[in-house]
Design a protein around this ligand. Structure first.
Ligand SMILES: Nc1ncnc2c1ncn2[C@@H]1O[C@H](COP(=O)(O)OP(=O)(O)OP(=O)(O)O)[C@@H](O)[C@H]1O
Ligand SMILES: [Mg+2]
Length: 270
């Protein structure tokens, strides 16, 4: 009775990464990596610098094509799909290095995300039809709502580049959410955050999941990863070396040797 219930294997994975290898010339960035994410999970993807985490995001989001192996999302193979097609299917991401449109306001930066589903045609936008104006107003309102949701308190009409570093990172999450994703991939969202911001980010990640999303999180901050993830996959030199709950990962000797051991020696991991 007290046995821990594992998720029934009949639940179809939302994301299925199956024996994926990616080679860049002589560099094997991902080496036969297999894992899946169930709907509603918060999955952590961790590993030392250069382990292949961002490459994994890039193959999931169509930036790179796998040298071999397959990625399927919600039952649909992603092979050959363009980035915007993958976004439309329901995968959104943030970038390790912040990417903003410098000449746009914060809310417009978020609206760019919403554009992927926009039915506003070029003629409608040129002639600013009532339909266009209504859609634009709704999109602006939704952007402001998302900026509040991620915890940006600065003026949404201000240029995004004037925002604090933390607000720029949160804005990126809002832009990802504007695409109405099923799976949100966050690449080191806590980089450069102070402890209070990290705490708020943990809450935000939970809120994102509670709003109906599934989350894939790449992050170096072990307290954050262990505190927020349901399950963790560990990469080292492009290979998956472990997979399990935070407790299992923390006590896995391979992981400790590859990664956590160095974390204990050096607490300044941001
Ligand atoms: N476009 C590319 N061309 C050549 N090599 C690449 C390319 N992208 C990634 N790599 C290599 O693949 C390996 C994995 O890199 P990746 O950026 O995925 O690591 P990471 O786990 O995200 O590291 P970090 O924690 O530093 O962000 C590295 O050796 C990297 O140099
Ligand atoms: Mg990376």
């Amino acid at each position: 009775m007290s046995e821990v219930q594992t998720a029934p294997s009949t639940v179809q994975p939302l994301l299925d990464v199956d024996h994926v290898t990616i080679k860049f010339g002589g560099v094997v960035a991902l080496d036969d990596v297999t894992f899946e994410i169930k709907p509603g999970e918060i999955l952590g993807l961790i590993g030392p610098n250069g382990a292949g985490k961002t490459t994994c995001f890039n193959v999931i989001t169509g930036v790179y094509q796998a040298t071999s192996g397959t990625v399927a999302f919600d039952g649909t193979p992603l092979k050959g799909k363009k980035r915007y097609q993958i976004t439309k299917l329901g995968i959104a991401r943030t970038f390790q290095n912040i990417r903003l449109f410098p000449s746009m306001s914060a809310e417009e930066n978020v609206m760019v995300g919403a554009d992927v589903h926009s039915k506003v045609g070029i003629l409608r936008s040129i002639f600013r039809t009532p339909y266009f104006r209504r859609t634009e107003r709704e999109s602006r309102e939704r952007s402001r709502e998302l900026l509040r949701f991620v915890g940006v308190n600065a003026d949404p009409e201000d240029f995004a580049v004037n925002f604090s570093y933390g607000d720029q990172r949160r804005l990126e999450i809002a832009r990802a959410l504007a695409t109405k994703p099923k799976l949100v991939c966050l690449d080191e969202p806590a980089a450069g955050f102070n402890p209070a911001e990290k705490q708020r980010l943990m809450q935000l990640i939970h809120d994102i999941r509670d709003a109906g999303n599934t989350v894939l999180l790449v992050e170096h901050d072990m307290n954050l990863v262990m505190g927020v993830c349901d399950r963790i996959v560990v990469l080292e030199f492009g290979r998956k070396i472990a997979e399990g709950t935070p407790a299992e990962i923390q006590s896995n000797p391979d992981v400790v040797a590859a990664y956590l051991g160095t974390e204990e020696d050096d607490d300044d991991t941001a």
